[in-house]
Write a protein that binds this ligand. Structure first.
Ligand code: LLP
Length: 434
């Protein structure tokens, strides 16, 4: 569910007119709904309320400082993966002590920064990493809290590039080697074993793989509690969102109208299915959802440059490109694209919706049916709140897009559009070329 909807003929985010935002701040611009983020957070919390729960928002999905602050105000901790992300948490005025630090290659500097700022736990992916964390903690004279990431070898039925819980992925330690890894950790005197973690993949649209993974590791988790007194079990993130019917899936009524066997994964189903499996463990449960929290809370606004009518093919050329939103080019992912001003008297157009970048991969949608829109008109690429801005680049020397957050009828720029000057500020001509 989300707060993007037509009011009359004009697409709004909450009570803010998207055309007004584009007029003020230009395009391409990401627009986020604060209410949708809060709703998502509360829905997740409410549906797992039978558990001692800590939501650690996976900030890799969207790490704008305003988004971090918003989730921190709601009570979230963070799942972070770099020193940079940790510094964002601090810069947003949020605390690190309910946050976890994941990733297969944490540097000594990053480990030090996390320890100095009181990280709740490191999610450790290998034995050499245990040794490195132990070493840095020793230098600082502290004990580093850790959890080991178990790879449960479960098929998440998602895109190959975002599945993580199979034995052939680079992530975690296989279940059969995990006991030995914990024994090794227990022998390292600067480590404190605090929990256990797993994460099987992203954009999961069925609850089955989550259930399979929890069932597979639950016995081992109970053994860890008995042996080491662990206090938490993180079951990772990965809950999928609706991409295909993105706009329609805003109101509750759309969800109610879906046949039970066709309904996309909801926090209601996720909570009702997993809670009974997790309660008997008697542990604090961490959730690391990213996409679910922000994905449907954001759109990318773009303006039409040209409608190019070709022989048997139309191209709608917009001013956003693969550098702004790389998901379609990278994962062949689907984003619904809708006109910001809806006009039922217009004909439908079938076109490839493309950006101006000089490669064929710069295509948001192939043979997409959309209301005819012309030069200067606005379109919105839906479900772009997660893995949108954070994966953007400056390819073709296109500055990073702007970001705006809406709250009711109010909205504010939360990231300025990048200028040529800031883009090139670090570059220089070497003396030998002068
Ligand atoms: N925890 C861990 C350890 C993860 O690796 C991830 C995501 C998450 C939590 C959050 O997963 P989520 O709830 O957002 O599904 N760029 C890709 C997605 C990559 C996800 C990587 N790991 C995309 O645009 O689809």
């Amino acid at each position: 569910m989300h707060h993007f909807h037509y009011s009359g003929q004009d697409l709004h985010c909450e009570s803010a007119d998207l055309a007004a935002i584009a007029k003020l701040y230009g395009t391409p611009t990401y627009v986020y709904s604060a209410a949708t983020m809060a709703d998502n957070y509360h829905r997740l919390q409410r549906n797992l309320s039978g558990l001692d729960l800590q939501i650690c928002y996976a900030m890799k999905a969207n790490s704008n400082l305003a988004v971090i602050r918003h989730f921190a105000n709601l009570g979230a901790g963070f799942d972070l993966v770099s020193g940079g992300e940790l510094r964002r948490v601090l810069a947003a005025g949020a605390k690190v002590n309910t946050s976890v630090f994941a990733g297969v290659g944490k540097t000594e500097g990053e480990i030090k920064l996390a320890l100095e700022n009181g990280i709740y736990a490191f999610h450790v992916e290998s034995e050499p990493e245990l040794a490195r964390i132990n070493h840095v903690a020793g230098q600082l004279g502290v004990k580093a809290p850790i959890a080991i990431r178990i790879n449960p070898d479960v098929d998440a039925h998602t895109h190959a590039k975002i599945t993580t819980g199979k034995s052939d992925n680079k992530f975690g330690i296989p279940l059969k080697h995990a006991a030995a890894a914990y024994e090794a950790a227990a022998k390292l005197k600067n480590l404190r074993i605090r929990g256990v973690q797993m994460h099987i993949g992203s954009q999961l649209t069925e609850v089955g793989p989550f259930v399979e993974a929890v069932k597979k590791v639950a016995g081992f988790v109970a053994e860890l509690k008995a042996a080491y007194g662990i206090e938490y079990f993180s079951i990772g993130g990965g809950m999928g969102i609706v991409y295909r019917d993105a706009l329609a899936s805003g109101p509750q009524s759309w969800w109610d109208a879906q046949p039970a066997d066709k309904r996309p994964l909801t926090p209601e189903l996720y909570g009702a299915t997993l809670t009974p499996l997790l309660v008997p463990l008697g542990l604090k449960i961490l959730l690391e959802h990213g996409r679910f929290m922000v994905g449907n809370a954001g759109v990318l606004l773009a303006r039409v440059e040209h409608l190019k009518r070709g022989a048997g093919k139309n191209f709608l050329i917009v001013d956003a490109a693969m550098n702004d939103l790389v998901r379609p080019a990278m994962y062949e992912s689907f984003h619904e694209i809708v006109p910001v001003h809806r006009d039922s008297s217009r004909r439908a157009l079938v076109a490839d919706i493309v950006g101006p970048i000089c490669e064929s991969g710069d295509c948001f949608a192939k043979d997409r049916s959309i209301q005819e829109v012309g030069e200067g008109e606005l379109v919105a690429l839906m479900s772009a709140g997660a893995y949108g801005y954070v994966m953007a680049s400056r390819y073709n020397t296109r500055g990073m897009p702007a970001e705006v957050m809406v709250n009711g009828s109010a909205f504010e720029l939360v990231n300025v559009r990048e200028t040529f000057e800031s883009m090139t500020a670090g570059e220089k001509i070497p003396a030998f070329l002068k």
